[in-house]
Design a protein around this ligand. Structure first.
Ligand code: ATP
Ligand code: GLN
Length: 143
């Protein structure tokens, strides 16, 4: 299968120090994505079971005037990963590499600016709260 990369990175708008990479992917690809992320020092990840529809959702059915029925929803997993701006593209690349089958329904990635990060345990904010001990920033500092 050919290697697909995200097209060249844009200047994210609005500009922010942190972004949330929100990826809706096939459930059975999640272990592959999360172990790739862990290997590159991405240690903070949130996942949830979600349902939705995109191109894979099948042709819309008319039922009681509504354009789709609940049966059209497909189960997926949403992965949410908050990282500093310079880590966004690496996270996107890993997700594409591990989650892509090339078939309709591989999912979608949204990049969302994040105003602040607060660590509940310490009250730290911003960079201090976003950094993880042994995380990607530490790994590249010692490389
Ligand atoms: P502490 O050092 O106090 O444990 P921590 O930064 O390691 O702080 P946790 O308290 O372990 O954070 O995080 C709680 C939950 O928050 C995690 O289980 C995960 O779901 C979510 N989470 C933490 N960091 C991130 C992140 N950067 N991106 C997405 N989700 C995160
Ligand atoms: N940016 C953090 C770091 O380099 C990692 C963030 C994350 O694991 N989601 O420590």
């Amino acid at each position: 299968m050919p290697i697909i990369r995200a097209q060249s990175s844009p200047d994210y708008v609005p500009d922010s120090k942190f972004y949330k990479v929100e990826a809706i992917v096939r459930s059975w690809r999640v272990p592959l994505v999360s172990s790739a992320l862990l290997k590159e020092g991405i240690r903070g990840v949130t996942v949830s079971d979600v349902r939705g529809f995109g191109a894979q959702g099948g042709s819309p059915e008319r039922q009681g005037g509504s354009e789709f029925s609940e049966d059209n929803f497909v189960a997926k997993v949403k992965m949410e990963i908050v990282v500093s701006k310079d880590q966004v593209e690496a996270v996107i690349e890993s997700i594409i590499k591990e989650a892509r089958t090339g078939e309709i329904g591989d999912g979608k990635i949204f990049v969302v600016p994040v105003s602040d990060v607060i660590r509940v345990r310490t009250g730290e904010r911003g960079e201090k709260a976003e950094r993880m001990t042994g995380g990607r920033a530490d790994m590249s500092a010692t490389a």
